[in-house]
Design a protein around this ligand. Structure first.
Ligand SMILES: NC(=O)c1ccc[n+]([C@@H]2O[C@H](COP(=O)([O-])OP(=O)(O)OC[C@H]3O[C@@H](n4cnc5c(N)ncnc54)[C@H](OP(=O)(O)O)[C@@H]3O)[C@@H](O)[C@H]2O)c1
Length: 168
């Protein structure tokens, strides 16, 4: 099963200058707890935005067209097809963690969405791609209020694809 997990602002901004435009430790903690033990899939640019080592406790998978690309302890795929073939053999939940290019690439395949909606607007240059929300059913929504560590209100939501529109 393929799930997306991301955080966006009020207008869908997810990145700026190849980094995340906000600091929200509560969201990072949620990301860690939710993805721990599961494979995580990311685009090469998102990998470049992280410290140059895999996120621990998870099989890190990077998508790039660069045949010479190497990253220690990571699995590297060069096409959507080889990635999907690998995922097919997993059985469990695989988390796609961005960025926008990879979210766009797998939009027809994703089964579940874990989205953090930050209740503020940020400057950005990368947006979550267009999505037809009518195809998705809200499973849960939790409002988190800003506090001394987290300077913004945010909602943590989980969606599942409507049965009728399930593609596979
Ligand atoms: N807010 C969030 O939750 C969140 C999450 C993740 C990322 N981000 C932000 O999003 C931004 C990065 O997103 P992005 O859209 O610019 O880049 P990206 O999706 O992280 O990576 C794009 C790269 O993936 C590779 N790729 C794409 N399609 C491919 C295909 N079909 N086959 C093989 N490789 C393929 C290419 O790598 P090569 O160029 O090496 O060929 C491409 O340049 C950053 O600002 C980051 O901080 C935000």
């Amino acid at each position: 099963m393929i799930s997306y997990l991301w955080a966006q602002d009020l207008h869908g901004v997810i990145g700026k200058d190849n980094r995340i435009p906000w600091r929200l430790p509560g969201e990072l903690q949620y990301f860690k707890e939710t993805t721990m033990g599961h494979p995580i899939v990311m685009g090469r640019k998102t990998y470049d935005s992280l410290p140059k080592k895999p996120l621990p406790g998870r099989q890190n998978i990077i998508l790039t067209r660069d045949q010479d690309f190497k990253a220690e302890d990571c699995l590297v795929f060069h096409s959507k097809e080889t990635l999907l073939a690998w995922i097919e053999n997993q059985g469990g939940e695989v988390f796609v963690i961005g960025g926008a290019e990879i979210f766009r690439l797998l939009m027809d395949e994703v089964d579940r969405l874990y989205v953090t909606k930050i209740q503020e607007a940020f400057k950005g240059d990368v947006y979550f791609p267009d999505i037809d929300w009518s195809q998705w059913k809200l499973l849960s929504s939790k409002r988190k209020r800003k506090d001394e560590k987290n300077p913004h209100d945010y909602d943590i939501q989980v969606y599942e694809r409507n049965e009728k529109q399930r593609i596979h």
